[in-house]
Write a protein that binds this ligand. Structure first.
Ligand code: KIV
Length: 272
């Protein structure tokens, strides 16, 4: 068997740390199913996130709160079957880790064992410190998530920018340092002022991946359905749409409907 070339080498948590050391930005995107994960992985995204945003984009819920651990494992298993190169990180869903550290560890073990994923992501700082410690102690890599943490949306009340005030910014910086000290391999920072996000990234050796957090961080993450323009009701300032698939898919499907009605599909070459 020939040795894997660097292009085909699997991304690990060490790769991400090396990328930060080299000053090379890290790319991260969500995927929730086999077909999309294959495309994302072949496009050489470094980290595939099986986000609990599946609750919104795949299941149509208003928030990320309803998705269950079983449902996350279902999505993660499909993604893991597709991915050959990227690091696969899976969100621990709301309710699967907040109650106590033992429950958190059980949930993380189920994700790792039943899906084959490489790491888990949890939202929060010092309030979930014991859970993070316990999961890490079991040898499971943990990614943190600070700033706008959608599982706490009912506490915040809105999806607006977080940590604009000094007190919250200070708490965020303390939490970020704590995550690093606990041994997290990286963290997501969501919807905070770019200056703050850059300051956090520069003060840490673990990679900080931003969403709505400017370009001064170590990498970027987006929800794949937003990037492709499959969603269209949602237009935050930070989102760059690389396609308008909602429009293109609607046109294609509309054309199919018209062709079926006109008995134009299938034609003589498209039948046996
Ligand atoms: O669930 C998710 O998609 C996320 C990203 C937005 C970071 O947590």
């Amino acid at each position: 068997m020939s040795a894997a070339t660097p292009e085909h080498k699997k991304v690990t948590v060490k790769t991400l740390s090396d990328l930060k050391k080299k000053g090379e930005k890290i790319s991260m995107l969500t995927a929730y199913d086999y077909t999309m994960a294959k495309i994302v992985d072949h496009a050489r995204v470094d980290v595939v996130l099986v986000g609990d945003s599946a609750s919104n984009v795949m299941a149509g819920h208003e928030t990320t709160l309803p998705i269950t651990l079983d449902q996350m494992i279902y999505h993660a298993s499909a993604v893991v079957r597709a991915v050959e190169r990227a690091l696969v990180v899976v969100d621990l869903p709301f309710g699967s880790y907040q109650s106590d550290p033992k429950e958190a560890l059980k949930s993380a073990i189920r994700i790792m064992k039943e899906s084959g994923a490489h790491a888990v992501k949890l939202e929060g700082g010092k309030e979930i410190k014991e859970s993070i410690k316990r999961i890490l102690h079991a040898g499971i890599p943990v990614m943190g998530h600070l700033g706008l943490t959608p599982q706490s949306i009912y506490k915040f009340g809105t999806y607006t920018v977080r940590a604009k005030e000094q007190e919250e910014a200070l708490r965020l910086k303390e939490d970020a340092l704590l995550l690093q000290e606990l041994g997290c391999f990286g963290m997501v920072i969501e919807k905070v002022p770019a200056v703050l996000a850059q300051e956090v990234a520069q003060s840490l050796h673990m990679p900080v991946i931003g969403i709505g957090a400017g370009s001064g961080v170590d990498g970027q993450v987006l929800v794949i359905h937003d990037l492709l323009g499959m969603t269209h009701e949602f237009s935050p300032r930070f989102l760059r749409r690389y396609m308008n698939l909602y429009h293109d898919m609607s046109q294609a499907i509309g054309q199919y409907v018209a062709d079926v009605k006109a008995v134009d599909f299938p034609n003589a070459q498209e039948q046996y």
